[in-house]
Design a protein around this ligand. Sequence first.
Ligand code: GLN
Length: 454
Amino acid sequence: LTEACLKAIEGAGALNAFVHKTPEIAMEQAKAADARQSAEAPSLNGIPLGIKDLFCVKGVPSQAASAILDGFKPEYESTVTANLFGAGAVMLGKLNMDEFAMGSSNETSCYGNAVNPWKVDDRQLTPGGSSGGSAAAVAADLCLGATGTDTGGSIRQPAAFTGTVGIKPTYGRCSRWGVIAYASSLDQAGPMTKTVRDSAIMLQAMASHDVKDSTSVDLPVPDFEAMLTGDIRGKTIGIPKEYRLEGLSEEIDAVWTRGKEMLAEAGAKIVDISLPHTKYALPAYYVIAPAEASSNLARYDGVRYGHRAKLSAGDGIVEMYEKTRAEGFGHEVQRRIMVGTYVLSAGFYDAYYNRARKVRTLIKRDFEQAFAAGVDAILTPATPSSAFELGAMKDADPVQMYLQDVFTVTLNMAGLPGVSVPAGLDAQGLPLGLQLIGRPFQEGDLLNTAYALE
Ligand code: GLN
């Protein structure tokens, strides 16, 4: 299996999904997997996976697709990858992504964009972002599953664009130790796979309580796969009216209606609900996420990691910082740092950052009220469009790209789990996804509902 994946990766260079291949490590892990007695084999024994470049893997380049981390090889292993390898998984290499996970098209990567294996005529399409390499690799069968991370939609949007399944677990379910930080109060790791069942198996291996991450939650990890019965009789599914955006395409609306019908046929009760603060989620996210990013990215100063600019005679430490950061960070990352420092600055803190935090509480309360009223899961579209052409947003206002996250950021703000499941094709023949949002730490139930939609 590992050899077949390595061969497929060699033949798929045009997708630019893998940015660093680790065939030696893969073959060593695969041999070790073969040697394990089947009776005692762990859950992912010999299963070849791709790892998003945001995860630190000991001794393997881990750059978050940024030039500023050029040559960085971590001395330590992220808890999630340690858990996966502990479960017998095989690492094929590191996967492409948007720089520091900032983006929705994989075009901010220092390695150039990954390409969606789905095509319309000869147009090259984005696999989505930021976990675009993960989505492209899974969709093109280069690996059996991949890790992703999701701060505002980076697992679910690329899953929707490539016809794959991706779940962002509840904040705290997977350890963030060793995952290069973007916005620490929003970041979560999760699996990207071909099927809901594969996601259940992979999430089970990834999740754990970890004393090295103070926000990781000390709760048992249930057997998610065993919970996939497909029985959702008596469950209540909420349809939030605020997600019916003006100008929502008829095709997406149709897919949404079909999703409702499928769940109703499976015995669920469909109810209309209201999440009144939804429209403030995107602007509040684009205050909070850059604020946290500007703080997290302060550590890349040319001293401790990766790239350092060449200096001229007379340059001091300030010039060293400035030149290194100007060369090492791409434009989108620089924009986020500037927005983040602005909203945190003394004169604007209350008007922006504090205001956004209050909005965040209101968004969380909307969901809590829906769940308290008996809703078990919420069904929405995953994205406002299918995969768009690479380069299409090059000259657009950056907010156009941010609008990709309109359905996904709400639950990062509330810390809730969300899954994107393939839900059919649009008129161009491109995949569309539906999103299900669940109660905190009820990923098993959520995956089971997604299973009924699959
Ligand atoms: N597109 C969003 C952003 O750029 C989400 C990214 C993510 O989830 N990592 O911030």
